[in-house]
Design a protein around this ligand. Structure first.
Ligand code: SF4
Length: 317
């Protein structure tokens, strides 16, 4: 397996793909589960970008959201708990021609997968990472996850979670070499789509935390934000997530935020009165480890060689 794969140079005949070309088996999440909205957004993105299904890979770990690869007619890898990142990094290293998505949950990413999460952000390989955060282990029927709020009841803590939750945005913004950090809510499909699209278009590890409804176990968690639109704070900037006028109008609470301002991004991420949605942070200068691994395996595309050399030079400093 080690060495240059050559079959990826074979191109399929051009054709127009429709949504049906990307749909896998019927999604079996609960009715009303926010995972459906994320799946629809990714299906639309694949269609709009005309991603060849045979050149697209969805990698997941374990959990409700990690059933995602089954529901797309692309390549997929439904892996081990917390291990989506290293699998995706391996795919990215070996096959720079593929479009790689990582779908993970709060239990999967922020608990057993936390070490891999930290390094995936630092490696900044070209991955579109979707963290579907429903504040609970849903697949295994309600155990406290790292993002479960203080005092929330679950099967593991029937008297209430004894610890404050981890904030996935603050953690990601604290990792060296982070290059794209955003947030969206599953119940606003146009904004969710625009955010995932911006993440896909970013050349590096783009991390999107999706506020994801779990009507079965934690419906109450995001209910205030669903009922009161003031609870979502739309971050606006020319370099942020582009939204049309109709989508913008759905967010009466808005703030100008330059996504290059890391200090302000951290401040916004830490707010507890609102959920900031849109692009918190972007760094187009962040180094990419996949360019280095690509060269190491003799696989760097010719037009990337200069960037690879620049990156290696900077690594050596
Ligand atoms: Fe979705 Fe919750 Fe049902 Fe899992 S248990 S499929 S997260 S609604």
């Amino acid at each position: 397996m080690y060495g240059l794969q050559t079959d990826w140079e074979i191109e399929a005949a051009p054709r127009e793909c429709t949504l049906d070309d990307y749909r896998g088996t019927e999604a079996r999440w609960c009715p009303g589960c926010g995972d459906h909205a994320v799946l629809n957004a990714v299906l639309r993105l694949a269609r709009d970008k005309q991603l060849p299904p045979e050149k697209t890979v969805v990698v997941s770990g374990i959990g409700c959201s990690s059933r995602f690869p089954h529901y797309m007619a692309t390549y997929g890898f439904h892996g081990l708990h917390g291990r989506a990142f290293p699998v995706a990094e391996g795919v990215r290293s070996r096959r720079p021609d593929l479009h790689v998505f990582v779908v993970t949950g709060d239990g999967d990413c922020c608990a057993i997968g936390a070490g891999h999460w930290v390094h995936a952000i630092r490696y900044n390989m070209n991955l579109t990472i979707l963290l579907l955060d429903n504040n609970i282990y849903g697949l295994t029927k309600s155990q406290t996850s790292p993002t479960t709020r203080l005092g929330e009841h679950s099967n593991t803590h029937p008297h209430g979670s004894p610890l404050p939750p981890l904030n996935p945005l603050s953690v990601t913004l604290g990792i060296a070499n982070a290059s794209f950090v955003a947030q969206a809510a599953d119940w606003n499909p146009p904004h969710l789509y625009a955010t995932i699209r911006a993440a896909y278009e970013h050349p590096g590890a783009s991390f999107v935390r999706v506020l994801q409804r779990c009507p079965h176990f934690t419906d109450h968690v995001y209910l205030p934000a669903r009922e009161d639109r003031e609870r979502l704070l739309l971050m606006e900037h020319a370099d942020g997530v582009p939204v049309d006028a109709a989508t913008r109008a759905k967010f009466p609470n808005r703030i100008a935020h330059d996504p290059r301002d890391l200090a302000e991004a951290r401040e916004l991420a830490g707010r507890e009165d609102v959920y900031p949605v849109g692009l918190l942070y972007k760094n187009d200068e962040a180094l990419r480890y996949d360019l280095v691994t690509a060269q190491g395996l003799g696989m760097a595309p010719a037009d990337k060689l200069e960037a690879v050399e620049r990156a290696i030079e900077r690594f050596a400093l």
